[in-house]
Design a protein around this ligand. Sequence first.
Ligand SMILES: CC(C)(COP(=O)(O)OP(=O)(O)OC[C@H]1O[C@@H](n2cnc3c(N)ncnc32)[C@H](O)[C@@H]1OP(=O)(O)O)[C@@H](O)C(=O)NCCC(=O)NCCS
Length: 275
Amino acid sequence: MAAGFHNADATEIARLTRTLTAARVVDGQAELESIHASEPWRIRVSARGDAAVVSRWRDHLPYLAIDALWCPVTRIGDALADIRAVADTQGFTDIVSPPTPVEEMHPYVAEGMRPCVILATYQRSHLAEAAGRSAVEGIVVRTADPDDLRVLLDIDARCFDSFWRYDARHLSRFFASSRLAIAEQNGEALGYTLCTVSGSEGLLGRLCVVPERRREGIGSVLLSDTVHYVCGQGGQRVLLSTQTENAVSQRLYRGAGFRDTGRRYAFLRDGRDGA
Ligand SMILES: CC(C)(COP(=O)(O)OP(=O)(O)OC[C@H]1O[C@@H](n2cnc3c(N)ncnc32)[C@H](O)[C@@H]1OP(=O)(O)O)[C@@H](O)C(=O)NCCC(=O)NCCS
């Protein structure tokens, strides 16, 4: 493999545990040790102290995601050469960068990667000032539990394309770390949210409504529910990101008191599969 990277050994794994856990790349030591035992190629280090963690982007796509990359900008090329070699060996056809501030994406572009999506970030503060909860007659929002996994996967698949939609592995992890909430009518699931509260911040990671029930106010009900949930957890801000080209969602967020922070993030891909 290129540029002096190798699979991290047990000592290097132990050294990385704290950093990777704090950065939420892994849940903790047990997960890291399990990766080390079953897929050692996922954690790569170099003698110069560089480190990269990779994983399958989605179970239904042969893409390798870079979950974390720690190296000076000048060595991103070396790291990408190594990750490309890992991808080839493991049978992946494309590479997905970590979410990267657009002003910092030039080293990836210089190495031949192309932005496949740009995300705008929105924020809402003063949560306690939120007006009354949005409501639509007959629509209730409840916290989801692991028994709802199939229902959530079904909604997700109806709302997002194959690149973005979650697989069971990704979605099921969120039950432990986050809150999933479902909007229902007479027991029929119509949309859902994913929200993670950390300190004073709530991160809205997902908001969607099935196509045939849009424009009935259900998205607004789900968003308002999230704002109240974060506030109830002691949070002071809700953050989210959405594709810059998603005019519909941005209209919804602005109407609900969110403002564009101006920060933009890119996911870049090699495009080796022709994308
Ligand atoms: C974005 C989404 C959740 C909105 O859900 P929804 O239930 O249709 O939203 P609402 O009915 O509550 O609409 C709220 C506001 O959003 C805006 N909006 C919603 N749909 C719109 C459309 N088709 N065109 C223009 N504005 C629209 C409007 O400002 C609307 O308020 P109004 O009806 O008073 O004009 C839904 O379109 C969706 O699931 N899209 C696919 C997934 C997605 O893009 N999620 C968000 C980014 S992760």
